[in-house]
Write a new protein. Sequence first.
Length: 340
Amino acid sequence: MRVSVIGACFVVIIPGIAFGQPAAPSAFEVASVRRANPQTVGGGLRGGPGTDDPGRIAYSNMPLVSVLINAYHVQPFQISGPDWLKTERYDIAAKIPEGVTQSQYDLMLQILLAERFHLVLHHETRDFRAYELVAGKNGPKLKESVPNTGADQAIPPALKDLAPATRSMVLAGMPLATSTGVLMAGRGRFVKELVEDLSLILGAPVVDRTGLAGKYDYTLEFERPQGVAPSATAGTAPGDSPPTVLTAVQEQLGLKLEEKKLPFDVLVVDRAEKYRPKIRRHLGRDQLSHQPCRAPLPRAVASWHTGRRGSRSVRRSQQSPSRLRLLTVLHDRRAARLLR
């Protein structure tokens, strides 16, 4: 099954409809898109299929490129588009219909992004300098993870001097710059997660060719890149020179990183518009700012604002750009209230 997206027009082929099966939902019950407050520090993603809150999704202070990465399941290097995709930050919240699968959610998110940001994109294959992670000559040295036994679970020597909160973050995969190098560790992690961490460290794609499917515990120490300041005193003993990341992976994990030119699918954003509906206060009344907003008014929004005046008022509003923008802003405000 292939979904073709051109602007905000969608062609969705759903097998099973011809046999009387109900169509899968293709849109969120309600959704809100807002430009994030510039004063906000940090951000993240909460909810969604497979989490403890599958009925809601919330992106907080996230650049649009990060939302695209989640919607299309690609790595950062696989997205090519305007620079503002990485700098313009948004708050996106939506209510997900009951029983939606991960693939259905992905399609709903893709449709929402295309509608609100007028995305036009295509796929193409490009060659990148990359690494393949393979088993070393003498086999992997990764230790297979065992169920958590609480206080009796051994703490890697390199992490004993860290505060408990910092130690937990490092064991979850957060690289830590020490006084001599970089410390990476994992407890109960998949190799694909290690691959993602190594990709960030190397600044190049890493592909897993180890064939290892279990969960593993590991500790990895290597030299600190230039320009990275230390944030902890744990790690290699003073006076020791930590190895490069390529050497460390081979000596400490029993794996090997082989550099190659590899083809990857790239998501090319041909067109995207910043979504910035704004309201300013003037003489006690809400008025639109002069910031352009060309987002179309969804049919459901138009019918909600029809009220007692009937469909003729909707037609008039569609002919008035100012009222059209105002209804769009009011819709986002109403959606935000419903999602609280």
